[in-house]
Design a protein around this ligand. Sequence first.
Ligand SMILES: *[C@@H]1O[C@H](CO)[C@@H](O)[C@H](O)[C@H]1NC(C)=O
Length: 415
Amino acid sequence: MSAKPSAIIFGGLNTFSRTLAALLVPLEGEALVSNLRIIDKYSVAPPTTYLGAEFPKVLEKPNVEYRQANLTVPATVASCFEPSEGQGPFDYVFDLTGEVQWDRPEEIQISRTFNVARILGGEAARRHVKAYVRIQHPFYECSEKGSHDEKENVKPDDVLGTWWHESLRALAAIDNLNLVILRTAMVYGPYIDFGTITNFIVVAAVYGYMKQPMKCLWSPGKHPNHIVHSEDVAGATWALAEWMAGLGRKEANAIAGEEILFKNDKSKVKSVEGMVSPDTKCIAPLFNLEDDSNLTLAELGKTVTSFFGTGFEFHSFFINTAAKFKLEDLVEEINEAHVGEWTRMITTSNPPIPNTQYTAYMDLNKLKKSVIAFDATKIKSVVGYKLRHPTLTNHVMQNIIDKLKAEGSWPNLES
Ligand SMILES: *[C@@H]1O[C@H](CO)[C@@H](O)[C@H](O)[C@H]1NC(C)=O
């Protein structure tokens, strides 16, 4: 009999669950889990979302199972927890669910983020799973200065951020759930087509190809834009599950509990089923994750553009006019040049890759000024987590681009 834990990953096929799956059941070497079930709303055969070249091979492993399911339905969620023939109950649950698209209306954010988390957490608690790790994206506006630790009072960003944050309160309020929350900085990595940094890399590649400096809208202030590699998100997720399994919620709260403050509109409590009262003190173990590079926007820009042989400058036109115009009205104009050039790059690539899911289009959310800083001292000192990728090096960038070229989703051009 194997003493390894079994695990379920819910959601996140469009974010980091593929990276996590590859850590739990690597293509080469020994698996960390006895068996792994992955559940999301997408089909994987045929794929209805981008999977990257590696993940389908992980799915071929004998101890890995994929299920397509609608997690907004409680009975479906319950059935997802039922172990397969001859196997015991699942030990670890990795909750990577939640809507990540900014432009969805509030009802969707509530049903796909808040509701799903609440249903999953409730079911996991009933089944006494040993660890329930919830991934929290950096859907916050951090302050420019300050400690950036887990105690900092950060503001959820927009409707999406508000419901992601509310989900943490809902989960934290389930006393007997062995919950631990991992809150990440902006994530990049191989086969990660999601998020601001990937988009930034594509646009930097375009300017590198045009041999022009990439221009930024925001003044070269010192505001933090902290990042972390997807393999560290996976590594930290696993480390937190192991940590929690050895402690249980009560002790974990005593060691690492943080209050998850109420950040919503109080009037919603009556209308949204399952919302926790603003007066309830919600405490859960919470850990930040970012790499060691402590990048400002200017440094991030320099790091990424220099890889593509160009520079990073600040756009005095927009700095001067942003005050007069609404950013919303400038999005199409800003995108015009680099989106057209990216289209040229992918269609003249050898071979052409017109259908790549990697895009140079920067939506309003990616263009707006963001301040992201989540100091990772606590996870290092309390859990002993060691970063695999302390900084974004050229070697790491090359590895990402090489993998995408090999699978045919990154243009292959003579420069
Ligand atoms: C998932 O279930 C909900 C609730 O029954 C339903 O409204 C929604 O349309 C379903 N989604 C899909 C993709 O079937």
